[in-house]
Write a protein that binds this ligand. Structure first.
Ligand code: ATP
Length: 330
């Protein structure tokens, strides 16, 4: 990808948390993000898919610099922001937005919707009072909370989960950011409104040419909402490719297992459930030395258990971290 199209460049990014085991116990490191590399272009959306505890939220929060990386590099629009102090990150905060899983938890309950949407504009000193009012009403209209006067002066608890997630989207986009992270944005909503909300986000993302990181544990929705899919397992990206390529030609045994676990109305295909390898993801305090999926992988060799596989580009833009594909090149 040409350098001027790249919005976000992530190189070997790590985020380790220090935890204490027991009341007086020794400290240990949870390697929540452990060597992640990718690039994201202007207006591109990526779905990051992985099971609970694989490090998706840590990835999202680290690229937004809500966490400071432990190691690696984070480059946004050509600027290295890996360790930039918080006080010098105002410009970056203005360029980025976050939509979280739980809209009620993410909104201050004592503010009305108008105030919630006006707040980022005030913090970043955007517009006069009148201009801000215009922007707030326009934002409500864009997320289809109309008539806007009916919604603007309500409080979060007066709205449904779906309506409040629309407010969260409006808030994340009101400063016209170029990068947005949506962390499981629909998993707490009623099934009936999930597609509506995902469609709204996709529409806004395409209209405004926003780069988008959509975090989910549900591989089945991703195909409609992103150009790329990244598969995360035990704090690492084990496969990444354009959406169509990944769905048509999944390579990593874990990705194949995930895809075959998607409920399929065809009873013949349901048999594929049996292919999902049993077992749990490894501890992130003491991950296994080789491939992290090796303990569950039906194809694991002794090399897989001792040596970490490199990431290789098997076909154009299709990367996989697995000895089945790296062996020949190693
Ligand atoms: N602040 C923290 N301190 C210590 N450990 C943490 C912290 N945040 C996350 N972790 C640990 O890091 C690992 C990855 O967590 P993370 O929340 O990023 O995963 P996830 O894929 O988003 O999971 P989920 O889908 O359940 O939200 C987990 O083992 C988690 O317990």
């Amino acid at each position: 990808m040409s350098e001027d199209r790249i919005v976000l460049k992530v190189e070997n990014l790590r985020k380790w948390f220090t935890i204490r085991r027991g009341l007086f116990g020794a400290t240990a490191q949870v390697k929540a993000l452990d060597g992640v590399t990718f690039e994201l272009g202007t207006g591109e959306a990526v779905s990051v898919v992985g099971e609970s505890g694989s490090g998706k939220t840590t990835l999202g929060k680290t690229v937004l610099r809500l966490y400071e990386p432990t190691d690696g590099k984070l480059i946004f629009k050509g600027k290295d922001i890996t360790h930039t102090p918080e006080k010098d990150l105002m410009w970056f905060k203005r360029e980025t937005g976050l939509v979280q899983q739980d809209p009620y938890g993410a909104m201050p309950s004592f503010m009305n919707i108008y105030r919630i949407l006006e707040e980022p504009l005030i913090i970043h000193k955007v517009g006069t009072k009148e201009e801000r009012a215009e922007m707030v009403f326009k934002a409500l209209e864009e997320v289809r909370l109309t008539p806007v006067e009916d919604f603007a002066f309500k409080y979060p608890h007066m709205l449904s989960g779906g309506q409040l997630q629309r407010v969260a989207i409006a808030r994340a986009l009101i400063l016209r950011p170029s990068l947005v992270v949506a962390d499981e944005p629909v998993s707490m909503l009623d099934a009936s409104v999930r597609v509506e909300i995902l469609t709204l986000m996709r529409e806004m993302q395409e209209k405004r040419n926003i780069s988008f990181i959509y975090i989910t544990h549900d591989l089945s929705t991703t195909r409609y909402f992103s150009e790329w899919i990244f598969i995360m397992y035990a704090a690492q990206l084990i496969e990444r490719a354009p959406t169509k390529t990944l769905l048509q030609n999944p390579l990593h045994p874990y990705t194949r297992a995930l895809l075959s676990a998607i409920p399929d109305p065809d009873p013949e295909n349901r048999k594929k459930f049996r292919e999902v390898p049993p077992g749990e993801p490894p501890s992130l305090v003491n991950p296994p030395p080789g491939c992290r999926f090796a303990p569950r992988c039906p194809f694991a060799s002794s090399k897989c258990r001792t040596e970490e596989p490199p990431e290789v580009e098997v076909e154009p833009k299709h990367f996989v971290k697995c000895w089945l594909y790296a062996g020949a090149k190693a």
